[in-house]
Design a protein around this ligand. Structure first.
Ligand code: NAD
Length: 259
């Protein structure tokens, strides 16, 4: 049995991950953890008592699945590296220092980190990369994402991953090509720009469309998630895959055998 710890257990994704774990053979939820002081601590959630001591929980675990906040995830990865526990990170919105800390931890433990754990988005990333390469500079790439109104970060981690996929297909530096907002006298579109636009509202689970805008024609590649269950199921699949792997930073491409 693979023993799994779930921090952020009371969150939107944490609850879905616990439900997915219950339905998956060969894995067991060894601890559900929340931030100290969370009203759910000490109470039962889907049949398991919620604790607040992640370090203690990791002593009895093979892997943890984390959908929390960038600060909490970065701390959790450092603790997991001390305990030799594998990690599955779904949190988005890391800054460059946090990304570097996760990269450093990946020299000690195997980590799967993905901005989107759905199989559909993993395939979309491949399609977008190929389309960008085939279409070339004659088509202007733009990414549009829509999410529920509680989402904290923008553009979404998935939109950024799509931008990276376009940049790699076009042999561009994404850091230089990205254009995350337009307002006022912006002038004509720069050559090689990758636009990113974010809409927020309602309960939208996650929608992403990549436009390739050409002369007299355009291509649109879209993914629409209608339930968080797909992300939770993908994360559990990643957890089963990552236990026993050598230290390193992996993505869903590795888990799905696309890498
Ligand atoms: P949420 O706010 O509903 O849940 C986050 C939970 O983390 C909360 O319950 C919070 O109390 C808990 N938490 C905060 N600090 C903690 C700590 N130190 N220890 C333990 N728990 C802590 O948010 P959500 O909608 O579940 O999203 C969480 C993250 O997952 C976001 O970054 C979101 O963008 C990302 N996300 C990723 C995917 C994907 O497929 N990779 C899919 C959906 C959401």
């Amino acid at each position: 049995m693979i023993r799994v710890v779930v921090p952020g257990a009371a969150g939107r994704m944490g609850r879905m991950v616990i439900e997915a774990l219950v339905e998956t053979p060969g894995v067991t939820l060894s601890a559900a953890v929340e931030r100290p002081g969370h009203p759910q601590v000490g109470h039962e959630l889907l049949g398991i008592s919620v604790g607040e001591n992640l370090a203690q929980a990791l002593e009895q675990a093979d892997v943890f699945i984390d959908f929390t906040t960038p600060t909490a995830s970065t701390r959790a990865v450092a603790l997991a590296a001390e305990h030799g526990v594998a990690a599955v990170i779904g949190t988005t919105g890391f800054d460059s220092a946090e990304e570097a800390a996760i990269g450093a931890a990946a020299t000690r433990i195997p980590i799967v980190k993905a901005a989107n754990f759905s199989t559909g988005v993993s395939v979309l990333l491949e399609l977008v990369n190929r389309a960008a390469r085939a279409l070339g500079p004659a088509f202007d790439p733009e990414v549009l994402e829509i999410h529920h109104k509680a989402k904290r970060d923008a553009p979404s981690g998935t939109a950024l991953a799509l931008g990276e996929a376009i940049a790699s297909g076009r042999d561009l530096s994404f850091a230089e090509a990205r254009r995350a907002s337009r307002e006022g006298e912006i002038g004509p579109r720069r050559e090689g720009e990758i636009g990113l636009a974010a809409l927020r509202g309602g309960d939208v689970v996650g929608e992403h469309t990549v436009f390739f805008l050409g002369q007299s024609e355009r291509i649109e590649l879209s993914h629409r998630a209608t339930s968080r269950a797909i992300f939770a199921q993908g994360a559990v699949r990643a957890a089963v895959w990552v236990v026993g792997k050598p230290p390193g930073l992996y993505t869903m491409r590795h888990v799905l055998g696309l890498a």
